[in-house]
Design a protein around this ligand. Structure first.
Ligand SMILES: [Zn+2]
Length: 421
């Protein structure tokens, strides 16, 4: 269902006609910026906060004419810029882009979000209880809020309960089938290392446990999940793009009808930062597989054209290597990184504040290269593409968090058990 409404900008008085496609979410916070002056206009449909700010509502005169500003709004789909065309609604456009069957899959994920978004706070609390090792309230929360069980006070059982809840809660953001594939590979690699080079694999496990590295990584990953849930609204249209192969081949400008870029800038930066540190585990395992020593990088792999050898002499040294160079130091990587999982240029631009955001067009301009005061070379992406990158980076972080999870299991179930007996 669509509703037609018209708003008069509080700041400049310009009128904008809106066609609002209804989502099933109980509360629908929508936002666009006045096409004339950029004033943010917020419209909330349903729920406690229903109302309009930044503009006043005036009587909508249909059908909309060409001479007046027009925006399509829909929480669940990307919306197009352009003129009002009767019947060419965001939903109809969405169906024509991905087909009815995929719309069904997209809706299944949204339905889960619609049903659970009011409980995201409990999930965040649960993660905090785990991190703070408050085991009694942790167990209570698992049982009361999440219908799970913690079968014993052993860490492996607490982890099993925790990771079940994460998998269920985060399901709408997962890439279908990915988790199973990854876990199979991790198990295979670990079994192989345990069978063929138990001592050196054990030395690796000891180092990542004794230095607190594995635990710190786990805590960092856990901190991302609630932030992804808070980005639920602008991620909805990004989830849609999972099915839009035409878009994946060529990104086109489309609008998101929710929160703005500044809120989520740091989220992207922080996720890619974690991925950069997760590389350390990938490199350590790669060194084990290739050379039987987690510290042994391929000799001269870091040799530069000028003859300097930047090959790290240990995993510890590798951890400090800049993000963009890490991948080049891993020979014939056993782990295949997803495409666009970590765009180093975008990350750098965001980390160094070299971004400009146009609220009206939702266009982000960023300056990837360090060029002193004149920032001539710039790249552009739309907010929707940015949110897609957040989603892709999140998924990669989550994949590698599953590796962290399985290394903990190896430690609890095999390594620690053998070394204590
Ligand atoms: Zn205005």
């Amino acid at each position: 269902m669509n509703i037609m409404r018209s708003f008069k900008c509080e700041s400049c008085g310009a009128i904008t006609n809106c066609r609002i496609g209804m989502s099933n979410r109980a509360e629908q916070p929508l936002r666009f910026c006045c096409p004339d002056c950029g004033q943010p206009i917020d419209i909330v449909i349903g729920g406690k906060h229903a109302g309009v700010s930044g503009a006043s509502e005036i009587e909508a005169m249909g059908p909309f004419d060409d001479g007046t500003n027009f925006v399509d709004l829909h929480l669940d789909f990307p919306v197009h810029f352009g003129k009002y065309v009767m019947g060419d609604t965001p939903f109809m456009r969405a169906v024509s882009r991905i087909g009815a069957e995929n719309i069904h899959l997209h809706n299944a994920r949204l339905q889960r979000l619609d049903a659970t978004y009011t409980t995201f706070g409990f999930f965040e609390t649960l993660l905090k209880l785990y991190v703070r090792e408050r085991w009694v309230p942790f167990k209570n929360a698992i049982e009361r809020r999440f219908d799970g069980t913690v079968v014993s006070d052993k860490m492996q059982d607490r982890n099993a309960a925790l990771y079940d809840v994460i998998a269920v809660t985060m399901w709408p953001f997962a890439k279908p089938g990915q988790a199973l594939e990854d876990i199979e590979q991790y198990m295979k690699v670990q079994l192989h290392l345990a069978n063929t080079q138990k001592l050196s694999f054990g030395a690796f496990i000891d180092e990542i446990l004794d230095t607190g590295f594995l635990k710190n990584m786990q805590v960092a990953c856990l901190g991302i999940y609630p932030r992804i849930l808070k980005a639920e609204l602008p991620l909805r249209p990004a989830l849609f793009l999972d099915f839009d192969t035409e878009y994946q081949n060529q990104a086109i400008p489309m609008r998101i009808s929710a929160d703005q870029f500044d809120t989520f800038k740091d989220l992207y930066k922080d996720i890619t930062e974690i991925i950069s540190r997760q590389f350390v585990l990938v490199a350590g395992i790669n060194n084990l597989l290739k050379r039987g020593d987690h510290n042994a990088f391929k000799p001269e792999i870091g040799l530069t054209k000028s003859g300097r050898d930047l090959t790290p002499n240990s995993l510890h040294a590798f951890a400090d290597v800049a993000f963009g160079q890490k991948d080049d130091l891993i020979d014939d990587n056993w782990f295949s990184f997803g495409d666009q999982a970590a765009d180093n240029q975008l990350r750098n631009a965001i980390a160094h504040c070299k971004t400009d955001y146009d609220e009206i067009t939702q266009n982000i301009t960023y300056h990837p290269r360090k060029e002193g005061m004149r920032q001539e070379k710039s790249e552009e992406i739309y907010f929707i593409e940015f949110m897609r990158r957040v989603l892709i980076a999140y998924r990669e972080m989550n994949r590698l968090h599953q590796l962290i999870k399985s290394l903990f299991y190896y430690y609890y179930l095999i390594h620690a058990a053998e070394n204590s007996g």
